[in-house]
Design a protein around this ligand. Structure first.
Ligand code: P6P
Length: 351
């Protein structure tokens, strides 16, 4: 017999000016854990693999959120020596810390065959498919970390794919799968609150970390990206280096009373786009023909979230999720957001 919620509503009648149990989004208090288990029950014969991996990501990101919040107190801000990652970018101390936390949490999950991180040149192969390695998790442990020193929102981006048994090793070739093959994707934004956004292919759900109980609680289900929002998000400092078609779009947007919003941290810019609408662009420039963002663990997961929320995510006029990867850390231009907003950009793109 399900709990009679009328009593709860009665509570609201007694305290009409407050919501006595704010954690009850809608009529239920749902944690990420219970949400994942409920999702799992939609698939008869599900093995529980999924919740096992997502719970590891939840644990890792709660730990990272704590590190991020205490970074200045614990003196872990700033450069990690003069270490550079595979992209020749200066590593931040917290990049390395977040990377190790995620690998420690995921490495313990017996159904993960391989981990791919922005911070590691090669995949970390944990076990072969024959030994139970059924999934690979690809992630950017702390995207936007150069913004940490001034407390701008940074985030973890993750993508989960199934490893085919044809690729026993879980090495690079096993994980070069187009984004349409992702079984789950999402991000955690370490901002004014810690927000976990997840899709498993059945819409987009949003959770917020309730510090008082140490759990991610569901706050919005089946998010849909608003259309008709006149916001574009791009680093206009590069305008002279953008292709002509992007410059023509920007000129149109200026004449059409668009507002510009650019944080310079992909997770924060995409999260605003998901909730408010508009379009986020990281186009090619004359010195970066493929743009800056990486396909496997930045563009693909964000594209799955945006498409599941009813938006579009394209690169050079085609779905980002249809791009067949050729290398682990390859980059791709990114244009994503509300479907109409992406359509407006697409009208200017040269084929
Ligand atoms: P730019 C952060 O370094 C990052 O990878 C993304 O989070 C962000 O969208 C982009 O780079 C910002 O790059 O060239 O505008 O500083």
């Amino acid at each position: 017999m399900p709990y009679d919620l009328s009593r709860y509503r009665g509570l609201q009648n007694i305290m009409p000016d407050t919501n006595p149990i704010p954690e009850l989004a809608g009529d239920n208090l749902t944690s990420l854990q219970s949400h994942i288990l409920a999702e799992e029950r939609r698939y008869p014969g599900a093995t529980g693999d999924f919740s096992w991996i997502l719970s590891a990501i939840a644990l890792a990101t709660k730990t990272i959120a704590n590190k991020v919040r205490r970074a200045r107190i614990d003196d872990v801000l700033g450069d990690f020596g003069d270490n550079r990652n595979v992209h020749e970018e200066q590593q931040q101390k917290l990049d390395v810390i977040a990377n190790e936390i995620i690998k420690a949490c995921l490495g313990a999950r017996a159904n993960i065959g391989a981990l791919v991180s922005e911070e590691d040149e090669e995949p970390t192969v944990l076990r072969t498919h024959a030994d139970g390695g059924r999934y690979a998790v690809l992630f950017d442990p702390l995207d936007g970390s150069s913004n940490l020193d001034f407390s701008v929102g940074v985030g973890t981006i993750f993508s989960i794919i199934r490893l085919e048994d044809g690729h026993a090793t879980g090495g690079e070739q096993a994980v070069l799968r187009k984004g349409a093959r992702q079984v789950a994707a999402g991000y955690v934004l370490y901002g004014s609150s810690t927000v976990f956004v997840l899709t498993t292919g059945n819409g987009v759900d949003m959770f917020v970390l309730d510090q008082s109980i140490g759990a991610y609680v569901l706050v919005k289900s089946k998010l849909k990206i608003p259309d008709g929002t006149k916001i574009y998000s791009i680093n206009e400092a590069y305008t002279q280096r953008f292709p002509q078609d992007i410059r023509e779009y920007l000129a149109w947007a200026h004449e059409t009373n668009y507002t510009s919003r650019y944080i310079g941290s992909m997770v924060a810019d995409v999260h605003r786009t998901l909730l408010k609408g508009g379009v986020f662009l990281y186009p090619p420039t004359n010195d970066r023909a493929e743009g800056k963002l990486r396909l496997l663990y930045e563009a693909n997961p964000m594209a799955m979230v945006i498409e599941e929320a009813g938006g579009r995510a394209i690169a050079r006029g085609r779905r980002i999720l249809d791009i067949v990867p050729e290398s682990l850390h390859q980059r791709t231009p990114v244009i994503l957001g509300g479907a109409e907003e992406v359509d407006h950009v697409e009208r200017f793109l040269n084929p």
